[in-house]
Design a protein around this ligand. Structure first.
Ligand SMILES: *Cc1c(COP(=O)(O)O)cnc(C)c1O
Length: 225
């Protein structure tokens, strides 16, 4: 398995570089977040041995089971939370993660602000926007994004660095990436987390600074992912 993950990482990095060149961007302007959800710590370790350092997980409990031990061995490891966060898990999340990409509602923003004040750990945060306005999906609605961003920054003083989105599965993602970029632009935000295994090259062309790639690196997930 080890050779496979290293080879997949190299192939994805090469595709990121190629997409960056086409977009007239430096390849270093795109951070690859390797999404390790549902995959065992041994797979993450292979990626670490191959030199990769930035990972994404969508569940607090699963990340708690994998990352503290890996961090002992690889102190420069960086883990992003990319999935929905319940307010009762905020304390654990702030203690464990380095970046929270999925700030999606006022109550969560308030809980994060309180916990960061309490713990003294100020994590860079991204606001998740529900660009497809899907009722079952996390994220602030596009029409409410400007107000929510302002509240997070000004009233709650959260370290908001950018925006994240997960476009609807069955739609062309480009308009969603463009919408996210536009909301970020008018709010003076530089970081755009968008693009997954199926569409990260398109996202890079539309300005992604972070692409979240799971399957193309670690292989297919079971149904749980
Ligand atoms: C699982 C997941 C990804 C990675 O998806 P792949 O299609 O496996 O690359 C990216 N972002 C989020 C929010 C995810 O939950």
């Amino acid at each position: 398995m080890e050779g496979v993950i290293a080879a997949n990482l190299a192939a994805v990095r090469e595709r990121i570089a190629a997409a960056s060149r086409i977009a007239d961007r430096a390849p270093e302007s795109v951070t690859l977040v390797a999404v390790s959800k549902t995959h065992p710590a041994a797979s993450v370790r292979q990626a670490l041995i191959a030199g990769h350092r930035v990972f994404g997980e969508n569940r607090v409990q699963e990340a708690q089971g994998k990352y503290p031990a890996l961090r002992e061995e690889f102190p420069r490891l960086v883990v992003h939370l990319i999935g929905p966060l319940q307010t009762n898990k905020v304390r654990d999340a702030v203690a464990l993660f380095d970046v929270i990409e999925s700030v999606d509602r006022p109550r969560l923003a308030q809980a994060l602000a309180r916990e960061m004040e309490h713990s003294g750990r100020r994590l860079p945060c991204l606001i998740e926007v529900n660009t497809g306005e899907e009722p079952q999906k996390a994220g602030i609605m596009p029409a409410e994004a400007d107000g929510f961003i302002r509240e997070c920054r000004e009233r709650l003083e959260l370290p908001i660095i950018g925006l994240m989105c997960v476009p609807p599965l069955d739609e062309e993602p480009a308009p969603h990436f463009a919408l996210l970029r536009e909301i970020a632009r008018r709010n003076g935000l530089d970081i755009l987390s968008m693009g997954m295994s199926a569409d990260f090259e398109k996202a890079i062309r539309l300005g992604a600074t972070h692409v979240r790639v799971g399957t193309a690196i670690f292989g297919a997930r079971g149904t749980a992912g």
